[in-house]
Structures are given as structure tokens and as C-alpha cells.
Design a protein around this ligand. Structure first.
Ligand code: ISL
Length: 565
């Protein structure tokens, strides 16, 4: 029903608490800091906050390694702080969605401590333990049970000396994978989820949820030339019981509860799978995050990226719009805490910073689906100029550096890759104003503040009608005001040049036309005659430049326009 699908009209804002706002001067963002900045979110007009993990954690992966699912990490505050934040968010008629990280726990979680304590511990089977490969001694080179490479470099298996067996970790050594085959694991996770919902949270963003079912037998992956490890992805993703688990979770956790949001993070998901996950009739998830558009520039791995060809980004968006047109629902995003800043990656920070940040936002937000804004994106924050390894904090970047340099790559070349693609670009503190440390902290920030905060910051953008912030605010307002933005059909239009992304949205008698130049050169779109006639003299509802108003006028670099009829 319409009310249960409230998220079709919603815009979600992701808060990465460590980098959002520090309230106590320890240099780490916290819950009271978020409370202090709720005005910013209300001003922007978002409906939902997705809060990255705040649970107790050793912070090997900034909280994506959880040692207690039902407690707040002291670095972020107390449970009372959390309750106060949740109440304040609700008082402003916003919702709060939590991050759910249940593919793995921390190796310091009591479940894992028990599991590793002996071969016959009742929780032994809660994780993936395997002996050394046949014919190998534990600890020997190549003795790992499979040849899979971890997301964060090196093997996915670590030997535990005490019992002489290996445990599986698709991510860091300190993130052992839970064994979802074991029904006790699933019941413990569901009970924990119900506990949070009972406390009033409004749903979950589910970390790497398509990795929870592994293919039994755990076969080796293919080793491509020049690589030490194999690609285990086909064997540990989208396993045979994945949909069964999600349907079970839906029954055990969500049935009979009110207006919640569930969004799965699903790296490598295909359009066909995404339709299955988000088909309401199948009762799994409301929507998933797909990764196609944020993988287009990966070439020889993510740290050796390539430039995109004109039109590639628009082409990928169109594929997903078309694929989920009848069944399922798209989530729309350019950024999150794992991705470089979109204006640096897809736009032009040299000459067209403001124009490209707003053009990219326009084509994203005016698609069909639920848009997600990542903190600082609404200010046009850029990648950080981190040219020394000491600037970096992220476990993925640091492991990659050690690994690549260990294999003989030049440190400078490895840094060049990090300068393009490190997750730390998303994790520099939010730039609130032009003061020392950008208003983020009175102390020493855990990661360097981007020096361009003197130019790019929230305070400078509020109430400036030409600012990136005001453009995001206008896009969000348009979605709330016009049903066609939220739910209209999407049809890509041929604009005669791949640099221009043009599309039409239709809902009953309401129509929206978007024409955007996603390049740093001026171009003249050549729209189909019928479209030009129909939209001649139409009402321009949104633009990022004071250019020509006609639908077929020449477009300035990164000019984006939206019309309604
Ligand atoms: O950024 C990536 C590495 O290149 C992605 O592959 C990322 O690891 C993947 O999308 C899973 O991300 C999620 O789970 C990770 C955590 O580090 C990420 O922050 C989280 O978003 C493990 O929990």
C-alpha cells in the first residue's frame, strides 16, 4: 500500500558519525555532535538519517567490526545520548535507520571469543572454521582452506594457533564471518534486530547482505595472471540460501511492524537479482544499493582507475532505471563512506566545481528511486590532497599500500591510486565553516581536515541561491512537491551526443523533462522533434545556471535543467 511504501517519496542522508561533528574535543565525531547539527539536516529537508555504526567496536574498520551489537561505543557517547538523538530526530519528523553489520563481527565479540576457545565450544560453528588445505601444514604458505583474496588485501583466512584451524574473514582479520547456516546465529541476529526496533529505530541498512550465504564446499576462485590469490566472489556472494534468509528475516523481524525502511548493500548485484530483492511480493528488502556505476572506473582493480567515456555514467543509470521499471525499486546514490567524492570522480573540480556538483546531483535526484545523500556531498566536498601514507587512516588503503609496496610497486604510484580512490576521501570531517578544523572539533581531528574548507563549507552556502547546498535543498523539495519526481516512469531521450543526459518522467498527466550536460565542454543537444515541440515554452522548474531557457538551447559545461508540464 502507499503508506507502507513511504520511502518512495523519501530522501535519505547518511551520517558517518566519526567525521560528522565532535562535541567533546577528542577529535572523533559523536552522537551529541549529530544532535548539535540536526538543524543542518532539517534545513536540507531530508526525511531519513542512515547512521553508520555506533556500536561498541575496536574500530579496526571504523565500527564495521562490532564487539557488542547492543551497546554504544564510548567514543560516540552513551545509550542516553542515543535515546536523546533518536527522540530529537523523531521530534523533527525525521526517521533514523541503523547500520546492520551481520555478515561478520569483530574478533573481540564474545561470540567469537567463545568460538575460538576450543574445537568443541558450542559456538564453534557460529563462524567458518576450516583445517589447513589437504597435504599442507597449518601456517605453511598456501595452506589456507581456499585461495580467496580478502577485500582488504591478503588471504580471507587467518590461522588461529590455539586450535590449529583457520577462520574465514572476507574483510580484515579482525572481522570474522558469521556462519549463517547455523540457525542459532540467525536467531541471535534477529533477536538483536527486534531489540533495536523495540527501541524505536526505523529500519536498517544491511552491510554486504548478499555475502551472508556462501556456496557450500567453498571452492577455490580463479587466479588471474599476476595475482597471488583467487577471486572468491562468485563463491561467497549470492549463495543458495540468500533469499531464504532474507525472507526468514522479514518474517522474524519486520512482520507486523510499522513504517520501516530496509536497504541492502549488495556489491556485485545484477539487475535481475536486484529485482528479486526488491520485489514487494517476495517480501525480502525494500531496495538495494547496486555498484555498477561506482565500478565503471575500476580498471586493474579499484586503485588503478580509468577515465570514464562520455555517456558511460548516464548509460549505467539508464540500465538500472529500465531494469527496475516494472518490478522492484532503485536506490540512487553517487557517494557513501566507501567511495571517493563524486565531484572529484565524475565532475570537474578544476574549472566547474559548483556546476558539476549540481549537475550530477540533478540527474541523480530526478531519477525514479530513493536518493541517498552522503554527508558533505550536499556541500560539494572534494577528495582530500593526501599525498603521504601517513595522511591515510583506512584499513583498506593502509593494507593495500603495504601489500602493493611489498610486491615491488613504487610507493608514489601506490599513493597516486589512493589519491584517486581511497575511502578516506569520504571520511575527512564535514566542512561546517572556514574556521580552524572547519568547525568539526576543538581538538585534534582523527583524520586531517581538507584544507579547502576555507572555500567549501556549509556556512558559506546557506541561503546562497547558487550554492551546491541550496541546489540539493531545491532538488529534495521538488521530490516532495511533485509526485512525478518520486514515482513517474523514466524514459531516456536521445540528445544526439553522449555528453548530454536527457530523460522524461511521466506520472498520469504530470511530466518532467531533464536535460543535463555532463561534460566540461559546451554542447547543443539535438532532442527528438516531438520532444522539442512538446516542451517548447515549458516551465523551467530547476536549473544550476542562468543560461538559455529553451529545451534545445546550447548547454554550458555542466548545465542542468528540469522542466515540468
Ligand atoms: O569499498 C570497498 C572496498 O573496495 C567495497 O568493496 C566495500 O568493502 C564493500 O562495499 C563492503 O562495504 C561494507 O562492508 C565493509 C566496510 O568496510 C564498508 O565500510 C561497508 O560499507 C565491511 O563491513
Amino acid at each position: 500500500s502507499a503508506s507502507s511504501e513511504w520511502w518512495k517519496r523519501a530522501v535519505v542522508y547518511q551520517v558517518y558519525p566519526r567525521s560528522f561533528q565532535d562535541s567533546d574535543g577528542d577529535g572523533i565525531g559523536d552522537l551529541r555532535g549529530i544532535l548539535q547539527r540536526l538543524d543542518h539536516l532539517e534545513r536540507l529537508g531530508i526525511d531519513v538519517i542512515w547512521l553508520s555504526p555506533i556500536y561498541r567496536s575496536p574500530h579496526a574498520d571504523n565500527g564495521y567490526d562490532i564487539s557488542d551489537y547492543q551497546d554504544i561505543d564510548p567514543a560516540f557517547g552513551t545509550f542516553d545520548d542515543f535515546t536523546e538523538l533518536l527522540d530529537a530526530v523523531h521530534a523533527r519528523r525525521m526517521k533514523l535507520v541503523m547500520d546492520l553489520v551481520v555478515n561478520h563481527t569483530s574478533d573481540e565479540h564474545p561470540w567469537f571469543l567463545e568460538s575460538r576457545s576450543s574445537l568443541d565450544n558450542p559456538k564453534r560453528d557460529w563462524y567458518w572454521w576450516r583445517p589447513a588445505r589437504a597435504g599442507h601444514h597449518p601456517g605453511e604458505l598456501g595452506a589456507e582452506p581456499t585461495n580467496w583474496e580478502s577485500f582488504f588485501s591478503g588471504p580471507t583466512w587467518t590461522l588461529d594457533e590455539r586450535t590449529g584451524e583457520y577462520y574465514l574473514h572476507l574483510f580484515a582479520k579482525k572481522q570474522p564471518d558469521l556462519n549463517w547456516e547455523n540457525p542459532e546465529v540467525r536467531e541471535a541476529v534477529y533477536a538483536m534486530m527486534r531489540w533495536w526496533l523495540d527501541r524505536g529505530v526505523d529500519g536498517f541498512r544491511m552491510d554486504v547482505i548478499n555475502l551472508i550465504s556462501k556456496h557450500p564446499g567453498l571452492p577455490d576462485g580463479t587466479v588471474t595472471e599476476g595475482k597471488t590469490y583467487g577471486d572468491g566472489f562468485p563463491h561467497y556472494s549470492a549463495g543458495p540460501r540468500l533469499h531464504e534468509y532474507l525472507q526468514e528475516m522479514r518474517r522474524e523481524v519486520f512482520d507486523g511492524r510499522g513504517a520501516l525502511l530496509t536497504v541492502g548493500e549488495t556489491p556485485g548485484v545484477t539487475t535481475e537479482e536486484a529485482a528479486l530483492f526488491s520485489d514487494p511480493a517476495r517480501r525480502e528488502l525494500d531496495m538495494v544499493f547496486q555498484f555498477e556505476h561506482v565500478s565503471l572506473d575500476h580498471q586493474d582493480g579499484k586503485f588503478r582507475p580509468r577515465e570514464l567515456e562520455p555517456g558511460e555514467l548516464a548509460g549505467s543509470f539508464t540500465t538500472w532505471q529500465d531494469a527496475l521499471a516494472q518490478v522492484g525499486w532503485n536506490s540512487l546514490y553517487l557517494a557513501n563512506h566507501d567511495q571517493p567524492r563524486p565531484v572529484s570522480r565524475f565532475g570537474d573540480t578544476a574549472e566547474w566545481w559548483r556546476e558539476s556538483a549540481t549537475a550530477l546531483a540533478t540527474v541523480l535526484h530526478l531519477q525514479r528511486g530513493t536518493p541517498y545523500v552522503y554527508q558533505g556531498e550536499e556541500l560539494g566536498m572534494t577528495n582530500a590532497p593526501f599525498d603521504q601514507i601517513g595522511d591515510y587512516r583506512d584499513v583498506e588503503s593502509l593494507n593495500h599500500f603495504t601489500d602493493a609496496v611489498g610486491r615491488g610497486e613504487q610507493p608514489d604510484a601506490v599513493i597516486a591510486g589512493l589519491l584517486r580512490m581511497s575511502r578516506d576521501h569520504a571520511r575527512t570531517p564535514v566542512q561546517w565553516d572556514d574556521s580552524f578544523n572547519a568547525g568539526f572539533t576543538d581538538g585534534r581531528p582523527w583524520i586531517r581536515v581538507n584544507p579547502n574548507h576555507t572555500r567549501i563549507n556549509a556556512l558559506a552556502q546557506y541561503d546562497d541561491p547558487g550554492s551546491v547546498f541550496e541546489h540539493y535543498r531545491a532538488l529534495i523539495e521538488l521530490r516532495h512537491r511533485l509526485p512525478v519526481v518520486a514515482d513517474g516512469d523514466f524514459v531516456r531521450l536521445d540528445a544526439g551526443t553522449p555528453a548530454v543526459f536527457a530523460f522524461q518522467r511521466t506520472l498520469d498527466n504530470e511530466r518532467l523533462l531533464v536535460v543535463a550536460n555532463l561534460s566540461s565542454s559546451a554542447v547543443t543537444p539535438l532532442l527528438p522533434d516531438a520532444i522539442r515541440e512538446e516542451w517548447h515554452d515549458a516551465r523551467l522548474v530547476l536549473t544550476n545556471l542562468a543560461g538559455e531557457r529553451d529545451v534545445d538551447a546550447a548547454l554550458h559545461p555542466w548545465e542542468a535543467k528540469a522542466y515540468t508540464r
